[in-house]
Design a protein around this ligand. Structure first.
Ligand SMILES: Cc1ncc(COP(=O)(O)O)c(C=O)c1O
Length: 364
């Protein structure tokens, strides 16, 4: 069996012993009282995470399932959607909208930056009327976070459109008060800032979305949101839930609530600053421009001459620290460090020390 390493990936991330242990609870009937109690708890805690009084759904799927659910429930063939594209995940999101028959108006920017709010608004104005805006909050592929979620949501709504936010790698490290900001669907994943194991997608769903769905069922059974809302009212999921993961999510959300969302967000703030400063101290530059750099994913260029595969292998095998490589145009040139969930001074110190020593060993 693999020895537990320090998982500094941009998800999955380190999971506490308490959350791991929760998965050992007994298998129960998912149509029985115990599960109903558990699921109602999970939904209530999920509402606290999204800061909503409205509906939420927990899917037994990774984050991509949450994205597919949002797209297939909202988009019908011929619908227009505005999609900022500035990295791998926003590119995939645009492709998913096209797969559902949507016409995508891309607002593109160089990877490492994000389209400005003005560019996004100008694109919306040019299109006039459209069905939805699909916005990735935190581009995990480049370590870029857009700083204007609230304003973009407002702009989309002014055009009569739904505002959908992929906050898979950010919610919990950032606060996104969906009711206050008017977000229609916000999506996150269990394995990132919530610090549960991978395998669950969490979504907030506005009443505008459920109203739409009542008159227009989507072409998906597994991801049909209305079905989850109807079953959710009686504390059940329409299909067999990934039970151990629900136990884990319940415990991880309990940890989050014990800490308090605000404090958790501040901790992510502080720890990401330590990582950025520490890497800069080693002479390493971030991919993201400072104004849009992410607090939960730090993408950093390698110094000249460092081999990506050798660096990450040595970091993992010699130091027990696991980081991710670069994506697409950044493959081989960049490594990415997750600053999520359980992140603390000790993890940061260990990671920075390991990066320093490994770079030194590979440079000599
Ligand atoms: C912004 C974003 N969207 C979507 C996904 C896909 O999530 P998953 O790998 O859980 O399916 C990820 C995963 O890293 C992500 O970071």
């Amino acid at each position: 069996m693999d020895k537990q390493k320090l998982i500094m990936l941009p998800g999955p991330t380190n999971v506490s012993e308490r959350v791991m242990q929760a998965m050992l609870k007994p298998v129960i009937n998912h149509r029985g009282d115990s599960f109903r109690e558990l699921y109602k708890e999970v939904l209530e805690k999920t509402r606290q995470l999204f800061q909503t009084q409205g509906d939420v759904v927990v899917l037994s799927s990774s984050g991509t399932g949450g994205v597919e659910a949002a797209v297939w429930n909202l988009i019908r063939p011929g619908d227009t959607a505005v999609v900022p594209v500035f990295g791998e995940f926003s590119k995939r999101l645009a492709e998913t909208v096209e797969m559902a028959g949507g016409e995508v108006v891309q607002v593109a920017s160089e990877f490492g930056t994000a389209p400005t709010l003005e560019q996004l608004k100008a694109a919306m104005d040019k299109v006039g009327s459209f069905k939805a805006m699909f916005l990735v909050h935190n581009e995990t592929s480049t370590g870029v976070a857009v700083p204007y979620l609230e304003e973009a949501t407002k702009a989309a709504r002014e055009h009569g459109a739904f505002a959908v936010i992929d906050a898979i790698s950010s919610l919990g490290g950032y606060a996104i008060p969906v009711d206050r900001w008017g977000v229609d669907v916000c999506i996150t994943g269990s394995q990132k800032c919530i610090a549960a194991p991978p395998g669950l997608a969490l979504l907030s769903v506005s009443s505008r979305v459920s109203e739409l769905l009542k008159g227009s069922p989507p072409k998906t059974r597994y991801f049909e949101i209305l079905r989850y809302l109807e079953y959710g009212m009686k504390g059940e999921t329409p299909f067999t839930p990934a039970l151990p993961l629900y136990y884990a999510l319940d415990e991880a959300l309990e940890e989050l609530i014990e800490e308090g969302l605000e404090k958790r967000v501040q901790r992510h703030d502080r720890m990401s600053t330590l990582i950025y400063d520490g890497l800069a101290g080693l002479g390493l530059g971030a991919v993201a421009e400072k104004s849009v750099r992410s607090k939960t994913v730090i993408a950093s260029y390698y110094p000249k001459g460092i081999d990506d595969a050798k660096f990450r292998r040595s970091l993992s095998q010699e130091k027990g620290v696991v980081v991710a490589g670069g994506f697409g145009p950044f493959a081989g040139r960049v490594f990415r460090v997750g600053c999520m969930g359980q992140i603390n001074e000790g993890y940061v110190k260990t990671t920075l020390g390991a990066v320093r020593d490994t770079l030194a060993a590979l440079s000599s």
